[in-house]
Design a protein around this ligand. Structure first.
Ligand code: GNR
Ligand code: NI
Length: 174
């Protein structure tokens, strides 16, 4: 397993639409292992493959509390098959938009169809943080980021802040 570099805005790769996995094999599983290690290291509760530069429809997640046993979740080719008409809002963050948070409104509940780690078709009914997080991750697969739901002004401010910080960090490293 390897910890990969997480891409941050304004990297144009984050705007690419990821393509479906055609066969779940050792390479897919090795990708998911790397993603999980990268996510735990960050740390974060979810990660889409595109965030490490791989444009495949693969997501890993773990919503377990810090001290509890780890509960990794794997979603390959996830599809929203139902979403509630009722929305709820949650303070979202993103590893590709470091240190920035905003309240985002999304459908409160959803049902997801996907393939698991072994390529077996599954369905889950999601609410709460699971519902928010899976929708946030599926957005990544379509090149969408949480800042796209904000006003242009708020979005531009966040892009500017993250870009500035990125440049400052680069200067220190070089
Ligand atoms: O670690 C993460 N936390 C989070 C909090 C609220 C809503 C969504 C998320 S996902 C984020 C990790 C990430 O960027 N996944 O793409
Ligand atoms: Ni994210």
């Amino acid at each position: 397993m390897t910890i990969k570099k997480i891409l941050t805005i304004p990297d144009p790769i984050l705007r690419k639409k990821s393509t479906p996995v055609t066969q779940v094999n050792k390479d897919t599983q090795s990708l998911m292992d790397d993603m999980l290690e990268t996510m735990y290291d960050a740390p974060g509760i979810g990660l889409a493959a595109i965030q490490i530069g791989v444009p495949k429809r693969v997501i890993v997640m773990d919503l377990s509390k810090d001290n509890d046993e780890k509960k990794p979740l794997y979603f390959i080719n996830p599809e929203i098959i139902w979403k509630s008409k009722l929305n709820s809002s949650y303070e979202e963050g993103c590893l590709s938009i470091p240190n920035q948070f905003a309240k985002i409104e999304r459908p409160e509940k959803c049902h997801i169809k996907f393939l698991d780690y072994n390529g077996v078709q599954k369905e889950i009914k999601a609410d709460g943080l699971l519902s928010t997080c899976i929708q946030h991750e599926i957005d990544h697969l379509n090149g969408v980021l949480f800042i796209d739901y904000l006003s242009k002004l708020k979005k531009d401010i966040i892009i500017k802040k993250v870009s500035k910080n990125k440049k400052e960090l680069e200067r220190v490293v070089v």
